[in-house]
Design a protein around this ligand. Structure first.
Ligand code: ADP
Length: 887
């Protein structure tokens, strides 16, 4: 700077000296040539000297005056610059500080002091490193060192600061080096912004992910997440263990390669439905092929996870091993085979028909129908053997039996293969044969009926009981329902004074009764459980053998248990217990006790054993089903929860970001106008000398400076409000009347100067409201200020009251001013919105006042409404909840 100024000054002086010398030399030469007389020469020389002095003095005067004016202008411009800079630095809501080359704070603005919890000015002179949390200091230091070496123009870092009270605060720091014109580093400017909210939202997102992860790994079922194009994204431990391969092995091939080639097409089609959003959830049985070639039949429940835009983003797959269910099916098959062998060997004629065709017939049935081998019957139409007189009746019976109904016994006439007519009684019962609804028919020669009646009925009941159990296996009832149903069947087949179906819980060492029958009273579960040690659990049960006691009274001390004692006390003399086993594991028992001592018949024992086996399968199946349903429901709930949490966190982040950007954009837009005006009028002021114009420009400058100050003040209020929203200002009981009175008396002189009257009508003993006194004072002040600004003449009324019906305290501010146009009403509370004004009025304002009012009222969970008639006036009503309502 110095050298630049010095150079023209030195040049000017040299030119001036040269002109002086040339003047002396040339004028001397001219005088000497033209004038001869010595006295004339002296006179001319003297005049020349005076002339030179006069011109030099005039020049000196002009130069000094010009220099002085320049100085004045420079000083003024510097002062204005300083003012604007000072306002920006001091009033900014962003923390700003200047940092010297050693990393020491030269000065920090009040916002930074407040952010870090220090009193104003306390940060000056402190080292930046001391303000960062230990361990992170080097991070800030490294950026600064890089800046000092000129390796980086500006830097940005996210680091935790340590507030005065020791608490951490995550901030984003933007560092800008300030250099001289010649490139020397003067100091750094740091902009420090609180980002703790954003980080909290990010942490929430991470936490939600972690919880999902924990569930994902702990759930005792295979779960995988794949992308919509079939790539693996995740597979849990359980799935990897189940498929017996590492994550790398699993992920090396697409998901669909795991599916058996024959099932792949169907599986791909289902996945396509999920990934295109046609279906949300599918359940399917399929075969998977492990890396070692082993095949596994599994049940797959897949569900699409939709992103924020509603489109499927990935697919979550639950893989269930259904080997256990397969075992159940196998048992069913075995049960069917058992049925066959039982029936085939029976001397009673039995046949089974499905869809009107005979599908099974035993030897006795073949004989009665006049055939030689089963081939004479199997495949034939039932109606071929029915006398035409009975065909309608038979048709009806068939339909009833196929739909699961029981039918009465009937005497009918059959036409045998060899043309005889035989009178038989038909006993029909619905059964499932090879998975299809069928009819089992027992044919009895009417002549021998009486003799065999009793045995037949028992036999039929036994078959019906088996059928009943197969049905409950298929219909997935609850264990209690299964046991209660079974108990009735057993009661019909076996003589017993006490029957019980119980389950063992070895974890809690309890016996859980599923259904009991005492005397003739059946007690369906759930029933109170009893301790395990009370139950007579003989060793033989563990080995799958039933245990029988002929006479309770002969039991030794060791063999007795509280349960056998109770049976004895109730008059029981004998009992039998049958174990329920699943895959060799004891899960429960069936017990039968009787008042008569002695052994049980072989037939009864075989029926009871058979039924116990079937109950075990049915109950285990019910348990499996319940577990699968629980898993699926839980998984679905987790997925829904996580999707919701992610969407919420995302919306919160986006909203925060949007609000911030909008505010910054609005502020810079609003600041630009007065600053442009300021610089334009300053420029004009510099160029104009006319006093009238100068004072006119000065007035405009004054107005703009006032506008700028008001704007900065408004922005400051908004920032303060934002800060209090974030930090949750402390609420306390507030006397609204007191607040109104204070604001009214502070404004009264101004209102009277404007020629307006102010009336105050406050309700005596108004209940306290729950709020922040300074914020409520600002609401009153802003509304009153608007009433004054927008009322050229007339009256302003401040009123408070209590709305008993709504339980609210309210404040109204009414004026007789210019009123508000209908089209302005919806936007009145938007930041920076200014309404239309009647022609010729130019009421200054920023458009921030009502926005601030609305935000404060919202913060207090209150409401604000406005009623206005253009040209007549406006009334703003603020309602606030009562203190009692909050506490
Ligand atoms: P400002 O008054 O600074 O323009 P405000 O946010 O306080 O900003 O008000 C927004 C707009 O609402 C004003 O521009 C004005 O058009 C209208 N307004 C507010 N109060 C009144 C009132 N009492 N009478 C008429 N118009 C009003």
């Amino acid at each position: 700077m110095k050298t630049l100024k010095q150079r023209p000054a030195l040049g000017g002086s040299l030119i001036y000296a040269l002109i002086g010398i040339l003047w002396i030399v040339i004028s001397d030469a001219v005088v000497n040539r033209l004038v001869e007389s010595g006295s004339q020469v002296t006179l001319l020389q003297t005049s020349k000297g005076w002339l030179f002095i006069t011109i030099t003095a005039a020049l000196l005067y002009l130069i000094m005056r010009w220099g002085f004016r320049q100085q004045l202008k420079l000083t003024e411009r510097l002062r204005l610059n300083e003012l604007v800079f000072q306002a920006g630095f001091e009033q900014s809501r962003t923390g700003i500080c200047h940092l010297d080359i050693e990393g020491r704070l030269i000065r920090a603005n009040p916002a930074l002091c407040e952010l870090l919890g220090y009193p104003s000015g306390a940060l000056n002179g402190m080292l930046l490193a001391d303000l960062l949390l230990p361990g992170m200091q080097d991070n800030g230091g490294a950026i600064l060192r890089r800046l000092a070496r000129g390796e980086q123009d500006a830097g940005q870092a996210e680091s935790p600061y340590r507030r005065a009270d020791g608490s951490p605060l995550w901030c984003q720091t933007t560092i800008t080096p300030i250099v001289t014109g010649s490139g020397d580093l003067l100091y750094y400017t740091l902009f420090i912004e609180d980002i703790s909210q954003r980080r909290a939202a990010e942490a929430l997102q991470r936490d939600s992910k972690r919880r999902f992860r924990a569930y994902f790994d702990q759930v005792p079922a295979g779960i995988a997440v794949i992308s919509t194009d079939g790539r693996w994204l995740e597979a849990n431990k359980h799935l990897r263990a189940f498929l017996d391969c590492s994550q790398e092995d699993l992920f090396s091939l697409p998901w669909s390669r795991l599916v058996h080639p024959e099932d792949r097409e169907a599986c791909d089609r289902q996945m396509l439905d999920l990934s295109t959003g046609v279906a949300d959830r599918i359940t399917q049985e399929t075969r998977l092929v492990c890396k070692n070639g082993q095949q596994m039949t599994v049940s797959i429940t897949a569900r699409s996870i939709r992103g924020v835009n509603g489109q499927p983003e990935s697919i979550i797959i639950l893989v269930e091993d259904i080997a256990a269910r397969k075992e159940v099916e196998q048992r069913l098959l075995e049960s069917e085979e058992r049925y066959h062998s039982l029936v085939e060997a029976s001397p009673i004629p039995i046949l089974v028909h499905t869809d009107g065709r005979i599908v099974f017939a035993n030897e006795a049935a073949v004989r009665i129908a006049g055939g030689v081998s089963t081939a004479d019957l199997v495949g034939r139409n039932v109606m071929d053997f029915v006398h035409p007189d009975n065909s309608t009746l038979m048709y009806e019976r068939m339909q009833n039996i196929y739909s699961g109904k029981t039918v009465e016994n009937r005497d009918v006439t059959l036409t045998t293969s060899d043309g005889r007519m035989v009178e038989v009684e038909l006993l029909g019962a619905p059964v499932r044969f090879r998975g299809r609804p069928s009819a089992q028919v027992i044919l009895q020669d009417v002549g021998t009926r009486r003799k065999n009646e009793e045995a037949l009925q028992r036999f039929n009941a036994r078959l019906a009981a088996l059928y009943q159990i197969s049905q409950s296996i298929l219909s997935a009832q609850s264990p209690y329902e299964i046991a209660t149903g079974m108990l009735q069947q057993i009661d019909r087949l076996i003589a017993a004074d006490r029957i019980g179906v119980v389950m063992f819980d070895f974890g809690s060492e309890e016996v859980i009764p599923l259904a009991l029958k005492i005397g003739s009273i059946a007690q369906p579960g759930p029933l109170a459980s009893i301790p395990l040690y009370e139950y007579p659990l003989q060793d033989s049960l563990w080995e799958g053998q039933f245990s029988h006691v002929d006479d309770l009274t002969t039991l030794s001390e060791l063999e007795r248990s509280p349960m056998t004692d109770r049976w004895g006390a109730d008059g029981m003399r004998s009992y039998t217990i049958f174990p329920m086993l699943i895959q060799g594991r004891l899960i429960g028992a069936l017990h039968l006790a009787q008042e008569t001592p002695g052994p049980r018949s072989v037939e009864e024992l075989s029926i009871a054993r058979e039924l116990t086996d079937q109950i075990a399968v049915a109950i285990n199946q019910a348990d499996l089903n319940a577990r699968i349903q629980r898993h699926t429901a839980e998984l679905e709930q987790r997925v829904a929860e996580r999707t919701r949490e992610l969407a919420e966190a995302n919306t919160r982040l986006q909203e925060l970001d949007r609000l911030k950007s909008k505010f910054v954009a609005d502020v810079s837009h609003e600041l630009r106008t007065p600053i442009t005006n300021l610089s334009m009028y300053l420029h004009l002021l510099e160029r104009t000398t006319a006093p009238r114009k100068r004072s006119q420009y000065a007035e405009v400058l004054n107005t703009q400076v006032t506008r700028l100050a008001r704007l900065v003040e408004g922005i400051l209020d908004v920032s303060r409000l934002d800060l209090s929203t974030r930090n949750r200002v402390a609420f306390s009981p507030v006397r609204l009347n007191l607040v109104v009175e204070q604001i009214a008396s502070a404004n009264r002189p101004r209102i009277e100067t404007a020629g307006l009257t102010l009336d105050i009508d406050l309700m005596p003993e108004l209940p306290d409201v729950w709020g922040e006194p300074n914020q409520l004072a600002q609401v009153v002040a802003n509304l009153l200020n608007n009433a004054v600004n927008y009322t050229p003449a007339g009256q302003i009324i401040l009123r408070t009251g209590y709305d008993e019906r709504r339980g609210n305290v309210y404040l109204t501010v009414s004026d007789t001013g210019i009123g508000i146009e209908a089209e302005d009403l919806p936007h009145l509370f938007d930041r920076f919105y200014r309404g239309h004004q009647p022609e010729g009025l130019d009421i200054p304002g920023t458009g921030l006042g009502l926005g601030i009012v609305k935000e404060i009222v919202d913060l207090h969970q209150g409401t604000i409404v406005v009623e206005s008639t253009p040209g007549s006036g406006s009334t703003f009503t603020v309602s606030l909840p009562l203190l009692g309502g909050r506490s």
